[in-house]
Design a binder for this molecule. Structure first.
Ligand SMILES: NC(=O)c1ccc[n+]([C@@H]2O[C@H](COP(=O)([O-])OP(=O)(O)OC[C@H]3O[C@@H](n4cnc5c(N)ncnc54)[C@H](OP(=O)(O)O)[C@@H]3O)[C@@H](O)[C@H]2O)c1
Length: 261
């Protein structure tokens, strides 16, 4: 996820002042991320890499696994600048947990994987010590890789069940429809062309047309036609209840993670 945001910052249209420093544990990963304007450090080669990276930084983006966030914040806390804004992308790690470990401003975010291609959706929540300016700067950072919704922290887990996990739901639907296409006798390659192409085409049409999904669905669904029959089967399967249960399960897991389980 950190790499996705880095790719957004490296877009030539994005103006970055003061350079970018990134860290990993392994030298291989660090080497792969080194680029013009990017100093890439590995903690295995330089145990001070994280402290060096945050020194002089206005924005400090924390992209490690949730369980590692507290130790990492303890490690860098004394090296943070007084005006540093600490932003975490970690699921389940609360602003209160982070504010207890660092002295300054903290924000919490929940991006998603399409950020890699600049089409991400990020939920962003302000902390109790962050200013309107801090929020605006970090919003701009995530806007380099897609859309940003500023929400209260109490809604971050709910957003995560929709846009954070959402790409997995979409891929799962694609997998299921591909299986059906193969069952109808198409080769895997043909099925992939049909199904991937349909998802990509339909969503690009949604983005380009300005119409709602309901309007576009109705356009495809002629009265008494074939699509109408298929959609009636989907309605009978009560997909909306399935999504309610899926997101409730994701929310319960986010709450377990926040409780340290
Ligand atoms: N994947 C998603 O869709 C998604 C969405 C929203 C939020 N998130 C959040 O993003 C975070 C990272 O997830 P991910 O999927 O990007 O994991 P990941 O691919 O494992 O990335 C974690 C990175 O942190 C580096 N790292 C680990 N410990 C470090 C340390 N002490 N100092 C410096 N670098 C260190 C790792 O480097 P090495 O590999 O060299 O050890 C690795 O590059 C998680 O907290 C997750 O909740 C993920």
């Amino acid at each position: 996820m950190g790499g996705a945001i880095l790719s957004g910052l490296l877009n030539p249209e994005v103006e970055v002042t003061g350079g970018i420093r990134v860290t990993n544990r392994t030298v291989e990963k660090a080497e792969a991320l080194a680029a013009d304007g990017v100093t890439s450090l590995a903690t295995s080669a330089n145990p001070d890499a994280n402290r060096v990276a945050v020194t002089g930084a206005r924005i400090v983006l924390i992209g490690v696994k949730p369980g590692m966030v507290p130790d990492l914040l303890r490690e860098v806390a004394d090296s943070l600048e007084p005006d540093a804004i600490v932003v975490s992308v970690a699921a389940g790690v609360t602003i209160a947990t982070m504010e207890a470990l660092v002295p300054g401003a903290v924000l919490r975010s929940m991006p998603n994987t399409p950020s890699v291609v600049g089409l991400g959706v990020t939920g962003l929540a302000a902390g109790t010590r962050s200013t309107a300016d801090d929020l605006a700067i970090v919003k701009e950072l995530f806007e380099t890789v897609g859309d940003v919704l500023v929400i209260p922290e109490s809604q971050i887990n709910a957003l995560s069940t929709i846009s954070g996990s959402g790409p997995a739901y979409v891929y799962f639907l694609i997998e299921q429809l591909t299986r059906t296409a193969e069952g109808l006798g198409f080769t895997p390659e043909q099925a992939r062309t049909m199904v991937d192409g349909t998802f990509i085409g339909a969503t690009q049409l949604l983005a380009a047309s300005g119409s709602t999904p309901t309007e576009l669905r109705i356009q495809v669904t002629s009265p008494k036609g074939t699509t109408e029959r298929a959609v009636a089967e989907l309605e009978a399967a009560d997909l909306s209840a399935v999504f309610d249960r899926a997101t409730a399960a994701a929310l319960a897991r986010a709450e377990e993670l926040a409780a340290g389980n």
